[in-house]
Design a protein around this ligand. Sequence first.
Ligand code: COA
Length: 319
Amino acid sequence: MHYAKILGSGSYLPAKRVSNDDLAQFVDTSDEWIQSRTGIQFRHFAAENELTSDLAVIAAQRALEAANLTGDDIDLIIVATATPDMQFPSTATIVQQKLGISGCAAFDVQAVCAGFMYALTTANAYIKSGMAKTVLVIGAETFSHILDWQDRTTCVLFGDGAGAVVLGASDEAGIIHSKLQADGSYLDLLKVPAHIAGGQICGNPYVEMDGPGVFKFAVKTLAKVAEDVLAEAGYEAKQVDWLVPHQANKRIIDSTVKHLGLSMDKVIVTVQDHGNTSAASIPLALDVGIRSGNIQRGQTLLLEGIGGGFAWGAVLVKY
Ligand code: COA
C-alpha cells in the first residue's frame, strides 16, 4: 500500500443563506463593494446553537456514504478547525461521538484557512507509515460566531460550512506530494487574539485582519508553494486537470491561476456562493467539483491554501 487515496467526499452548508444585500441591511457595505473586491455574492451562516461539529458530522456522513464505508471502518479522525465547539475536548472527539463510533484516534489540527492542507498531509503520513488505513479528514468552521459585525473590513468575507474526505490506503495513486510551511512572524496579519483565563475572555474574541497585508502575502506565497509542490513532484502546471484553491477572494485565485499559466476552466471556484469558510473551503470546493461531475477519477488535482499564522500548503493528488 503506497498511497493514501480519496475514497469519497462530502460537504454541508448550514440552511441560512445570506446575500450581500442581506448583509447591507445591518453592515455599512454594498453588494458592489463586496463583489468587486472579493467575488463573494453569498455565504451561509450556522444558527446560534449549531456548532462546528454539527456541520462536520453531516459532511463526514456524506463522505462515508460516497466511499461506501461506515464509521466503524475509520481508524483516525482529523478535524481542521479554528472554531472548535469547546476549548477542549477536540472537535474531532465530539464528531466521533456524534458519529456513534469509539476507539479510533481523533484529534484537531489548527492552521486556520490552511487547516485542511495540514490535516490531509497528516492523514497521508499516517497512512503511508502504516499507522492508519482509513482516515476521515474534515475541515469545518462556524466563523460567523467569531465575526465582529461592527468591522465591515472582515465580517463580509467569511461564511460557515464543512467538507470531508475519506482517505484510504491503496496501491493506486492518491496523494502524490505535499508541502506545508508556516511563518509565525506574520502573526499580526490575521488573528483572533482572545484566550480564556480566570473565567474571563481576555482579549478580542473576534477576527482581526490587515486585509491589504494578507492580500499581498497570500498572492506571493500561494503562487510559490504551488510551483514548489509541482516541481518537487516532477510535474508541470499543464499536467494539472483541476486547481482547487482556498476560496478567500476571487482576485487571489485569479492571481495564482495567472502565475501558473492555467486557464480558468481548470479551476474550481465556489467563493461566490460560500465566502471564505476557512478550513472548510478546500474540501467544500473539492466536493462541489466531484459531485458536479467536473472532477473525474484519474485526474490530477492541485489543492492549496493559506491562513493565519501564517501557515500555508499545497497538496498534489491523483483523484
Ligand atoms: N464595504 C464597503 N467599504 C468597505 C468595506 C466594506 N465591507 N470594507 C472596507 N471598506 C472601505 C475601506 O474603509 C476603505 O475606505 P477608505 O478608502 O475610504 O478608507 C476602502 O473600502 C478600501 O479599503 P481597503 O482595505 O484598501 O480595500 P481593499 O481593496 O484592500 O480590499 C479586502 C479589502 C479585505 C477585500 C482585501 O484586502 C482582501 O481581500 N484581503 C485579503 C483578505 C483575505 O483573503 N483574508 C483571508 C485569508 S485566509
